[in-house]
Design a protein around this ligand. Structure first.
Ligand code: GRF
Length: 217
């Protein structure tokens, strides 16, 4: 069983997709052993508690970045975490954090990297006038939104799109593919060779799997 630690800052809909995937039977290989937020009012913490998952708030203000990260490491180690998922975690982590969980941190970003890294992926994509955007799930390395890409899904950008409407369509793919990425990792089906990630097994996304089974979340 893979113990997953999820880092969040916001409402946690990506976290919810992993919880649903586990509870529905799509992702029996994993367990969310802890959720950590740097925001005390993060709705993601409520979601975790509702599902009896330990939910930990860690204060980041007035602390050195590395000290905050080492507090996270302590909590993650206490919960025997084998994979860290950054699901809407709005902080940069230090190289010390990355090296502690080397090759075992994945991040989800709401744009097609390497385009539009940073905190405003949707806004930047709209401002640039791109016709296609999407989401990227990738391994984390020392640089922001930079590591080897595991999965990308594209979404057409419409002329009247706002950040809200675009993010809603992109999130549908995030909720489908994030559980798939965790499942592939848990099954040892991701092979990383420099910047390339080879997927060694064909698996449906979570929503696709639900549709095949005639189930709903
Ligand atoms: C998602 O768009 C994700 O790609 C980004 O932050 C957002 C998280 O949303 N990194 P939620 O908090 O999971 O609803």
């Amino acid at each position: 069983m893979l113990n997953v630690g999820v880092l969040v800052s916001g409402r946690g809909s990506d976290l919810q997709s992993m919880i649903d995937a586990i509870e529905s039977g799509y992702l029996p290989e994993a367990k969310i052993s802890v959720v950590i937020s740097n925001k005390s009012d993060s709705f993601a913490l409520e979601r975790a508690k509702k599902h009896n998952i330990p939910a930990v708030f860690i204060e980041f203000r007035k602390k050195k970045r590395v000290d905050f990260d080492m507090e996270m490491v302590e909590v993650l180690k206490k919960h025997n975490v084998g994979l860290v998922v950054m699901a809407g975690f709005m902080r940069l982590v230090t190289p010390e954090f990355v090296s502690t969980f080397k090759g075992r941190i994945i991040n989800i970003h709401p744009a097609l990297l390497p385009s539009f890294p940073g905190t405003h992926g949707h806004r930047d994509a709209l401002a640039w006038g791109v016709k296609v955007s999407g989401c990227t799930i990738h391994f984390l390395d020392e640089q922001m939104d930079h590591g080897p890409i595991i999965i990308q899904r594209a979404v057409d950008v419409l002329e009247n799109d706002t950040e809200e409407t675009l993010s809603e369509r992109i999130l549908a793919h995030e909720h489908d593919q994030l559980p798939r990425a965790v499942k592939l990792f848990a099954r040892g089906s991701l092979e990383v060779c420099d910047r390339k990630v080879f997927i060694k097994e064909k698996l449906p996304g979570f929503k696709e799997w639900l549709a095949q089974k005639g189930k709903k979340t």
